[in-house]
Every structure is written in structure tokens, then in C-alpha cells.
Design a protein around this ligand. Structure first.
Ligand SMILES: Cc1cc2nc3c(=O)[nH]c(=O)nc-3n(C[C@H](O)[C@H](O)[C@H](O)COP(=O)(O)O)c2cc1C
Length: 202
């Protein structure tokens, strides 16, 4: 497709749940015709903390080939999907630190008029997924962004039940990303690409 929608998927994941969701979003967005950059927020935790959790170390090693996010990945994109695990009902400091590097682009008005959306995961049901996504969306409003949430725009959304964005309950690694969450990610990816394409041609 000529002049494809440019999408950046920028996420943080400690133990790999977010990585699985991000990979699904990338595949679905590419299938919908987008050119996609997958980027991870730089890790801030010390090796001692990472090494204390085998799943965290495994995810660090498994994602080394994914480039670290830079502000250019946001400037380049027509749409950005950000992802973070729930941290006490809020986004992880690693993703927030990356977002806080965007002040220069914000001051130049270069974050405005893009499409933004978000995804998350938590250990428990009702563990703060919606508050995490809404906290992320606060920043999108400050950007002057156009928030594209999935809503209940597809029958699949009645299975995962989160209209704010793709989310997954991982039961601290016991509950792997499943078909319900993959279907939610597919809806979100397609919707972000479709709406972005329509906005660009408006
Ligand atoms: C410091 C910290 C705070 C957390 N806070 C919550 C929480 O408030 N609610 C919850 O359900 N899970 C919480 N979790 C669990 C993670 O959000 C959850 O396991 C998430 O799916 C991990 O995603 P990841 O595998 O992409 O890192 C917390 C984990 C950590 C390390």
C-alpha cells in the first residue's frame, strides 16, 4: 500500500505479558496495511531487581533486539499505541519516563493531531486496568492527541470487556495472553489504523 499509516507501538513490560500484546498489535496493524515501528521504553530498574525475578530477566533477554523508543518514534508516527503494566493502578515509571522526554516535541506542537491509544495488563481482575489506561490518556489530552479507544465497536469486545483499551489479567504469569486478549488487540489495531487513515484523508 502506498503512503501507509505510520504507527508506533511503544511499550514497557517487565515479565512479558505486555510484549505478547505488543507483538499482536504489530501483526494486526501490519495486516491492516500500516507501517509499524515496535519500540520498548528503556529499562530503569537495576540488574539486582531484574535478576530476582526469572520472568523479568527472560523478558529483558528476549526483547533485546527491539529498539529502545526515542522521541523520533513519536514524531514519525501518525498514530501511537502506548502500553504499560498496571503499577498500583497507574502506568509504570519506565513508560512515564519515556513520555516525560517528549516535552520538546510537545512545546513545538508536534505531539498534536496524532491518534493515540493504549493497552495494559494487571495481575488481578479489577486490579487497576481502567485507571491505568485513563492515566495514560491524561497525557494524550495534553498532547492535543485524538484518543481512539476500542469501545464496544466489535462483538469481540464483549468478551474482554474493556472499552478503554486492550487489557489482560495475567495472574502473575500464570494466565498467558489468550485468544480473547488477542482478539481485543486485533480490534484495537484495526480501529487505530482505520481511523488514522480516515483522519489523514479528511
Ligand atoms: C510494583 C508493582 C505494582 C503492581 N501493581 C498492580 C496492581 O495495582 N494491580 C494488579 O492487578 N497488578 C499489579 N501488578 C502486577 C502487574 O501489573 C502484572 O503482573 C502485569 O500483567 C505485568 O505485565 P508485564 O508482564 O508486561 O510486565 C504490579 C506489579 C508490580 C511489580
Amino acid at each position: 500500500m502506498s503512503n501507509p499509516v505510520k504507527l508506533s507501538v511503544i511499550y514497557y513490560s517487565s515479565t512479558g505479558t505486555g510484549t505478547e500484546i505488543a507483538n499482536t498489535l504489530v501483526a494486526e496493524a501490519e495486516a491492516a496495511g500500516a507501517e509499524v515501528r515496535l519500540r520498548r521504553a528503556p529499562e530503569l530498574a537495576p540488574d539486582s531487581a531484574i535478576d530476582a525475578n526469572p520472568a523479568w530477566r527472560a523478558n529483558v533477554e528476549a526483547t533485546r533486539s527491539i529498539p529502545e523508543a526515542t522521541p523520533d518514534d513519536v514524531e514519525w508516527a501518525d498514530a501511537v499505541i502506548f502500553g504499560s503494566p498496571t503499577r498500583f493502578g497507574n502506568i509504570a515509571s519506565q513508560l512515564k519516563q519515556f513520555i516525560d522526554t517528549l516535552g520538546g516535541l510537545w512545546a513545538q506542537g508536534k505531539l498534536a493531531d496524532k491518534v493515540y491509544s493504549g493497552f495494559t495488563s494487571s495481575a488481578t481482575a479489577h486490579g487497576g486496568q481502567e485507571s491505568t489506561l485513563l492515566a495514560l490518556y491524561n497525557s494524550f489530552h495534553h498532547f492535543g492527541g485524538i484518543v481512539v479507544a476500542p469501545g464496544y465497536t466489535d462483538g469481540a469486545k464483549f468478551a474482554d470487556g474493556n472499552p478503554y483499551g486492550t487489557s489482560h489479567v495475567d495472574a502473575q504469569g500464570q494466565n498467558k495472553v489468550d485468544d480473547t486478549t488477542r482478539a481485543a488487540a486485533a480490534v484495537q489495531a484495526r480501529r487505530v489504523v482505520t481511523i488514522t487513515r480516515a483522519l489523514r484523508s479528511a
